[in-house]
Design a protein around this ligand. Sequence first.
Ligand SMILES: [Zn+2]
Length: 671
Amino acid sequence: MPSSPIRPRRAGFPQLAALLLLSLSALSLGACKPGAEGSPAPATEARNTPVTATADRDEHSYAQPDKVVTEDLALDLALDFDARTIAGTATYTLQWKDDTATELVLDTRDLAIDKVEGEADGQWQPLQFALAPADPTLGSKLTIETPQRNTRVRVTYTTSPDASGLQWLTPEMTEGGQLPFMFSQSQQIHARSWVPLQDTPAIRYTYTAHVTSRPDVMVLMSADNDPDAARDGDYTFSMPQPIPSYLMAIAAGDLVFKPISGRAGVWAEPATIDRAVAEFEDTEKMIETTEALYGPYRWERYDLLILPPSFPYGGMENPRLSFITPTVIVGDKSLVSLIAHELAHSWSGNLVTFSSAKHGWLNEGFTSYVENRIVESLYGKEFSDMEYVIARNALADGIAAMPEATQALAVRPGTELDADDALSAVSYDKGAWFLQFLEQRFGREVFDAFLRDYFDHFAFQSITTEQFLDYARANLFDKHPDTVTDAEIQEWVYGPGIPAYAPQVLSRNFGIVDSARLAWLGSPQLPPRQITDAWSTQEWLHFLDSLPPTLTHAQMAQLDAAYGFTGTDNGEIAMRWYPLAVRSGYTEANDALAAFTERVGRRKLIMPIYTALVQTEPGLALAKEIFARARPGYHPITTASVEKLIAEAKPAPAPAPAADATTETSEAPSP
Ligand SMILES: [Zn+2]
C-alpha cells in the first residue's frame, strides 16, 4: 500500500524544452540511475528450476486450515479509551475439514483469555484451552480442546494496552484536540493482537460486530458503515463478503462524513474533512475507470478514512473503508495515486487474495499495475510513465541490497520473511513490471480481458502463485503460443533481479529534468524559472532522486534558497531532501527535519531520514533525541522499526561519509 505521487496533466512547454538541447539520450529510462540498471543477475540453477508445487503453508500462522476453518466471526466488543483496551467475545462458526481433528488452534498476541466455550445442543459449555508462551514473531498459540468438533466456539478476551495492531491517541494527538482516537492496522499479522483468530489470508470468513464505546466517538469498521449512523456509543456492523483476517479493521474518534458520490465518501476529523473531500474528489471517477477495465466493484460502498499523521503506512486497503495517511493531502492532488492504489486492492488483494505473504506480489504487484492503469486513464500516459520511472529507480536501488532469495516475486518455501517487511519493493514494483511485460507481449486487448476474467474466476478466493500460473497457462499462454517462453516466466517469477528484456519506460518530462540537473551540476546555473515553475511533484522527485549522494554546502544552500525544500509540506519531497541534507552535512535543515520526523509516523517517509542520521555519531545522537520526543505519538509498528534501526546502528565517528547511504524503505504492507 505505498503511494506514488501523481498530478493532473498540465500544458507542455516545447520551446523551453528545446532550449535544453534535449536529445533522445537524455530521456529517462526506468532504471537509469548509476549502478541501478536492474542488472540481470547471472543465470543460476535455482532461477530456472521450474517450481510447480502447490503445497503452501503460511509460516506466519499457527492455524491449521486443513483441519478446520472459520466461516463466520461474530464480535461483541467494548472499547475502553482510559484503559486502552478492547474487551469482549469472539464467536466463530466453524467448518471442520478433518473428521479426526480434536483441536481448534488460534493465533493471539498479548491477549488475556478469560474463558473459552463451545456450543453443544444449544448450550454454551466451557472448553479446555492452553495459551502457549509468546513467540516473539508469531505471538501465543491458543489451543482449544474441541473433542465434539463444535460448530460454534466462543472466546472471551481482553487486549493489551500495548497491542501491536492498535494505536490509542490522546486528544492532544488529534487534529481537533477534543476527543481521543484509536485505530487498527492488522496487516500483516497484527489482527491477532486485537482478535483471537486464524490469522492467515488462506482463510476467508464473513463477520458481524456489536461495538460499544464512550458515546461521543464514532466507531467505524471494515464493514457496512452507515453515513447516517447516530453517534451514540452503540454500533453494529456486518461484512457479508468473506475476507481474510488482515482486512479486519476498526477505528474510533471524532469522525464526520461527507459524500463524494452516491457510493463514495470521506470520514475524517471535522478540521480535515473539507480538505480531504477536495483532494480526493476524483474517487468516483477512479471507481468507474477500474470497473470499465476489470469488472464491477463488488463491495457496495467505497469510503476513505483519514487517519492522524502517526498512521505507519500510506494507506491500508480495508474493504469498503480504506485507511489513508493525511500526508497525501497536499492541496494539489499530486499524491492521489495512493487512492488509486488502495481502490485497486478492491480487485487485487481483497477480491483475489494471496494465500500467504510469500505470494505478496499477487496483491501488491497486481495492485501497483492496476493503480498505474487508473492513473494513466485519468491523468494521462506521461504521468503514469513518470510514476513507473520513480518506482523503478527506487526498486533498482533497493533490489541490489536484498538477498537473492527475496528478489523473486514468489518467495520459495522456507525463505525467512520478516512479517512486517514481507511486502518489499519487489512485490510492488517488480510485480507490476512483470504484468506490464505480459501486457506488452500479448497486447492490451487480450491482456485486459484476461485480467478481468482472472478477477472473476478467483473472486473471494485466496490463491498461490502457482494457481495464478496454472490459470495463466490455460487461459493466456497456451491460447497464444510462442508469445512468451516458459523460461521467461520462470525468470520473472522465481529469479532474482530484473530480466534484461524487461520493457523500459520513457518519460519525456524527466528527460527535461535530467538535462536541467546535468546543466546545474556542470555550472552553478539553476534552470530557468519558466521551466521549474511548471514542474509537478513528480519532476521534483526525479530531480532529487537523480542527484549525487552528497552535494557541497554551497549547492545545498543554493537549491534551498531557490526552491525552499527545507520545511516543505510535501512528505515525498521531505523524505528525499532531508536524507540528502544529512549526508551533505547541511545542518541548516536539522530543525525542520526534526519537526517533520516527530510529527509524521509514516514509515516510508521517515525511515530514510533515520537511516541517513544513524550513519554518523552526531547524526545518531540527533536520531535518538528525535525518537525520544516522537515515540509517544508513534504507532507501535513505527516504534519497532526505528528502535531496531537505532539498536543496529554502526555510526562512523567522522562527518557524513561520501558513500551512497540512500535506503528506500518499503512501506509494505501497503500499504
Ligand atoms: Zn497495496
